[in-house]
Design a protein around this ligand. Structure first.
Ligand SMILES: [Zn+2]
Length: 354
């Protein structure tokens, strides 16, 4: 049922549109705005960073910020805002795309892993390697996790898949929007987090493998290999309980950015994302429509983790670019990457205040 309403190139996403979705989401943003207004947020909040600078930075010379609205937010010196660099994100996207199709078993996929690891060489990185049983046999997969320790007990996770679809191996599918640009976005988030003393929760960035189905017939068994593996591992080692919120970034670079409000995500975390977007003046790109997404957040949601799947679908008119040879760099915009990257950054900041 989930694939009947919007025609998609494959079964990889389920979009359940309700007839009154537009009406419903004309109301919900208003409610969110009312909530945001009632919290008397300081005017400078949107410009505040998620992280404090490392000792010795020039930040302390800046004028003091307005006092935080929420009592649990520690007062601190003014800090320069994190400046999400969308141009650099686009450059990373170009470089990832240049490796060519990166489906399971290709040299290109291994090169992308090495590319990501090279960018993270100064960070605390963990590789979660495993063998997945797929309809095409056993496949080697690797989740890459970069950990940026905070001062508060708890973890905020931002994840993106990086591989392209095995079942699209016979076409030149490079997933510029689907996998590449959000992997690039995480590299840029790492740039922002690196070398700062995080005053909030730890931030873990996850480049997960095996999000896509292998057969092209999306099912619980044939999809989300990387995040199912990671969620099980984190449940076993106790990490799951420490996660305060998990954001999935997927297909956020398309020039027509319209992030869906996902009904499989945690409502309060979706509200927080909407507040983050509104703080920055980007709310028109968010939640005009709703849908039930099956994406990398689901394995964590099933374990009780607050999750938010940030995905802009359809991609192109009638989803024409999704999982086709049309998913190329020319369909992306730096502006969309800026909006997405800043909104995720602001959402992290708001989650730290909660
Ligand atoms: Zn996809």
């Amino acid at each position: 049922m989930r694939f009947r309403v919007i025609r998609v190139a494959c079964n990889a996403r389920g979009i359940l549109k309700t007839m009154n979705a537009r009406i419903a989401f004309a109301v919900i943003p208003c409610l969110a705005l009312l909530l945001a207004c009632s919290e008397s947020k300081p005017a400078s909040a949107a410009a505040s960073p998620v992280a404090a600078p490392a000792a010795g930075s020039t930040a302390t010379q800046q004028p003091a910020a307005a006092p935080p609205a929420q009592p649990q937010t520690p007062a601190g010196p003014a800090r320069p805002a994190m400046r999400f660099n969308a141009e650099r994100t686009m450059q990373y996207t170009r470089e990832i795309v240049a490796f060519g199709p990166r489906y399971n078993g290709t040299a290109a996929l291994e090169k992308v892993r090495q590319y990501l690891l090279a960018h993270l060489k100064d960070d605390q990185v963990e590789q979660d390697s495993f063998t997945a049983d797929t309809p095409a046999g056993k496949q080697h997969m690797v989740n890459i996790i970069a950990k940026f320790p905070g001062s508060k007990d708890g973890i905020i996770v931002v994840a993106s898949h990086y591989e392209t679809n095995y079942w699209l191996r016979n076409i030149h599918f490079v997933g510029a929007n689907d996998g590449a640009c959000t992997s690039a976005m995480l590299l840029e988030l790492a740039n922002q987090l690196r070398g700062r003393k995080l005053e909030g929760y730890s931030v873990w960035l996850v480049w997960d493998d095996g999000e896509e189905s292998v057969s092209g017939q999306w099912s619980d068994a044939d999809s989300l290999y990387g995040t199912k593996h990671l969620a099980a591992k984190w449940q076993q080692d106790g990490t799951i309980k420490k996660i305060k919120g998990l954001f999935i970034a997927d297909m956020l670079g398309g020039s027509d950015l319209h992030v869906l409000r996902d009904t499989n995500s945690t409502p309060w975390l979706e509200d927080l994302v909407y507040q983050a977007a509104s703080d920055l003046g980007y709310q028109s790109h968010f939640f005009q429509e709703s849908g039930a997404e099956e994406d990398d957040h689901l394995p964590f949601a099933r374990m009780g983790v607050p999750v938010s799947d940030l995905i802009s679908v359809p991609f192109g008119y009638n989803d024409a670019y999704h999982h086709t040879v049309e998913d190329t760099l020319d369909k992306l915009s730096t502006r969309s990457l800026q909006i997405s990257g800043e909104t995720v950054t602001e959402a992290i900041r708001l989650l730290n205040q909660r």
